[in-house]
Design a protein around this ligand. Structure first.
Ligand SMILES: Cc1cc2nc3c(=O)[nH]c(=O)nc-3n(C[C@H](O)[C@H](O)[C@H](O)COP(=O)(O)O)c2cc1C
Length: 198
């Protein structure tokens, strides 16, 4: 597969199973390799990932996200939310992505001229890690979607898995076997989004 084949293979896959097409060890190594390989501003390397597998993954969705949302979503409209969360729990795992905030604050202190830009730069860098992981999983036939239940779940996640208080939770990438193919998605033509000036 070419690089473009791989990135075109990546989709938001919501119909997930717990049967991965690769071993858990290979999946973990892939996440590790991607996190290390992805660039960051001034090489700050502030992105962090926590891979939850099997029962730990199910605990995130069944024991943390579900009760957190159940407490705030009106009971009469909770059924679709519960169904969506059950779909996530049916996957094989979740990667939690964090930003190590002290590293970003240290950058601001060391390079005051750029200080106002560093929060944005650090978010870009974490986004690069997220999409690189998403693409790398797609290349191996692993389906995934990117979720954002932070900041509602941050305290419970940190307490449950001993995550440092100064890591800021940015996103949750649920992954697993692809249980159903995704419908094609509409895209604007490149001509509307890319200008060439020569
Ligand atoms: C930065 C970013 C944030 C996203 N957040 C969510 C989210 O919170 N929940 C969700 O279901 N999908 C989320 N998505 C997925 C997008 O809705 C999806 O990528 C887009 O509709 C294109 O579909 P595709 O991923 O199948 O190509 C996010 C995507 C990106 C790039």
């Amino acid at each position: 597969m070419s690089y473009l084949d791989i990135i075109n293979r990546r989709r938001s896959v919501y119909a997930l199973s717990d049967r991965l097409p690769i071993s858990e060890d290979e999946l973990v190594r892939t996440v590790e390799d991607v996190v290390v390989a992805t660039p960051s501003p001034f090489n700050v390397q502030s992105g962090r990932a926590v891979v939850l597998l099997g029962a730990q993954h199910r605990a995130l969705w069944d024991e943390i996200v579900r009760p957190t949302l159940e407490a705030i979503v009106p009971a009469e409209s909770f059924a679709p939310t519960a169904e969506k969360l059950a779909g996530f729990a049916a996957g094989a795992g979740t990667v939690l992505f964090f930003e190590n905030r002290p590293a970003v604050e240290d950058l601001k202190a060391r390079f005051p001229t750029y200080a106002a830009a560093f929060d944005g730069f650090a978010e870009h860098a974490l986004g690069m890690i997220e999409v690189n992981v998403w693409n790398a999983l797609a290349e191996k036939g692993v389906g995934a979607s990117l979720q954002h239940y932070n900041p509602l779940i941050d305290d419970a996640v940190k307490a449950r898995w001993g995550i440092p208080a100064q890591w800021a939770l940015a996103s949750q990438m649920v992954f697993g076997g692809i249980a159903a193919p995704m419908a094609p998605i509409d895209k604007l033509p490149a001509s509307e989004r890319v200008r060439v000036i020569r």
